[in-house]
Design a protein around this ligand. Structure first.
Ligand SMILES: Nc1ncnc2c1ncn2[C@@H]1O[C@H](COP(=O)(O)OP(=O)(O)OP(=O)(O)O)[C@@H](O)[C@H]1O
Ligand SMILES: [Mg+2]
Length: 496
């Protein structure tokens, strides 16, 4: 008898053309936080999906509470107390937050067997409040930001009385104080004896919260260690099988002429009187907590929404960007945070996705041919190490991080001179992160201007020349890179 609540033994999973897992083992104890790390496409999410009945293993067995189980679907696992937050959750954007959270277990009135709406909203509000969030239980999910939706997913997992809680990349869009809140809850659950599986590409998170860590590489188990026995370098070594140096290989540049100026831009309920300028060759970081209005600001600059007041200048010309098409032809690209919905087309292959923005300009000029398409796609897919079975693999079948890389590649391959990047390395592994940073830095050194929204403080500090900090729609400050610290940025972002 051992104290393992959940165990996977020799699990394999074959997708058409891909061996996602090849005989992988994993075990979870009660009252521990067990982290799983590995590069994009290593098989982490696949392992989780097998553990929760979303996918059936091709081979191997699952043991739960000491006996062999076969989950035919996720509901069977949930009923036994296995709850999960998935990396790409299936949600219902038209339903309310509360309906999404209690999808399969709404509270019913004992008498009429009708859904008890009052209780449903009450419980939802309590759950969200425990995450320090004031999201309205009645709001339709589709209207929330990616980060808010992530909080809703977490609340959903917490709504089940779980013995095992699995979190696949729960912090990728959360800022530090929101992650801290989640870690506090995870700590409480651990103390109550819940077994927790935690997947993250933020290695700091792992050292912060994990008791043990398991590394996967190419679908196999590389090792499991107590967190006290390893350090950062050893962990990276386990994940990628080699050393990764230079996480933020910033190339020093001297900013040139003004490319974009925003003057007192306001949009009711989103942001107020935002002013800043972005110069040639400059990387401007934009930091803030959930609800700070960073994405809303980006969407407005990109012409996806209309400002109520304020002005926008490109060079010395005033511009009105009435829609994204106008923004793109003015040389602005926006790489959204929510790439599954806005960034890429899952039904199209890697090549088509990367060359999509080129298609319009080039085919109009009459010179886009298959060869050029392939060349461009190959160049960026290689630079970002997109793991796929080839350029003609459909993007829908890629791992979470690899989807992100494709959507980045797509805009880097376009000829826009002003790039607005919303969480550019969300869900991207350490090695690829270094590659993305390298590319961003190279673009800046070639004179591109970059506005980089990020919730990752080391990334902001490592990459940005200047940093803007927003709080509840208001710009709290603009800082030079010189002498800037995490504490300084955080205190501005938190200050009311
Ligand atoms: N539905 C699918 N169809 C085909 N291949 C898939 C499917 N889902 C995953 N794969 C492949 O299985 C492999 C493992 O993917 P998985 O999503 O488990 O990786 P991961 O470790 O979670 O990566 P990431 O850090 O990017 O989230 C990848 O090569 C991926 O392309
Ligand atoms: Mg994954």
């Amino acid at each position: 008898m051992n104290d393992h609540i959940l165990e996977l033994r020799g699990v394999s999973k074959r997708y058409p053309g891909v061996l996602a897992l090849g005989g992988c083992s994993f075990d979870l104890r009660l009252g521990e936080v067990h982290a799983i790390v590995g590069e994009n496409g290593a098989g982490k999410s696949t392992l989780i999906k097998i553990a929760t009945g979303v996918q059936q293993p091709t081979d191997g067995e699952i043991r739960y509470e000491g006996e062999r189980v076969v989950w035919r679907n996720p509901q069977e696992a949930i009923q036994r107390g296995v709850a999960a937050v998935y990396q790409d959750p299936a949600t219902f954007p038209d339903l309310s937050v509360a309906e999404n959270i209690f999808m399969n277990h709404q509270p019913h009135s004992a008498v009429s067997r009708r859904i008890h709406w009052g209780e449903l909203h009450e419980r939802t509000r309590d759950l969200l409040r425990s995450l320090n969030s004031g999201i309205d239980p009645r709001a339709s999910l589709g209207r929330l930001s990616a980060a808010e939706r992530q909080l809703v997913e977490i609340a959903k997992a917490l709504s089940v009385n779980a013995k095992v809680l699995i979190l696949d990349e729960p912090t990728s869009t959360l800022s530090r104080s929101e992650s801290d809140e989640l870690f506090r809850i995870i700590g409480d659950m651990r103390a109550k004896g819940v077994g927790i599986v935690f997947i993250s590409h933020r290695l700091d998170d792992i050292f912060n919260i994990a008791d043990r860590v398991t590394a996967l590489r190419d679908g196999v188990h590389v090792g499991t260690e107590d967190i006290g026995n390893i350090d950062h370098d050893k962990l990276v070594q386990m994940m990628v099988g080699r050393e990764v140096k230079n996480l933020f290989p910033k190339i020093e540049t001297t900013p040139g002429k003004e490319m974009l100026r925003v003057k007192k831009l306001s949009r009711k309920g989103e942001f107020e009187e935002i002013s800043f300028c972005l110069r040639e060759g400059e990387i401007m970081g934009l930091y803030g907590l959930i609800g700070a209005g960073r994405t809303e600001l980006a969407k407005c600059i990109f012409g996806m929404t209309r400002a109520d007041s304020g002005r926008l200048f490109l060079g010395d010309q005033e511009a009105t960007l009435k829609d994204p098409r106008a923004a793109i032809s003015a040389g602005i690209a926006y790489i959204p945070e929510d790439r599954d919905e806005e960034g890429i087309i899952l039904d199209m292959d890697v090549r088509e996705n990367i060359t999509l923005p080129l298609l319009e300009t080039c085919s109009r000029l009459g010179w886009l041919n298959h060869e050029l398409e392939t060349q461009t796609a190959t160049k960026y897919a290689d630079a970002l190490a997109v793991k796929s079975s080839g350029l003609d693999q459909k993007v829908g079948g890629l791992s979470g991080g690899n989807k992100q890389k494709v959507s980045l590649a797509k805009w880097l391959a376009s000829h826009c001179r002003i790039l607005i990047l919303d969480e550019p390395t969300k869900g991207i592994d350490v090695a690829a992160k270094a590659a993305v940073h390298q590319l961003i830095s190279e673009f800046a050194s070639k004179g591109y201007s970059i506005l980089m929204i990020s919730s990752d403080l080391p990334e902001i500090l490592g990459m940005a020349d200047r940093v803007l900090v927003m709080h509840e729609g208001v710009l709290k400050g603009e800082f030079d890179r010189e002498g800037l610290t995490e504490e300084k940025i955080l205190s501005e972002a938190l200050s009311g």
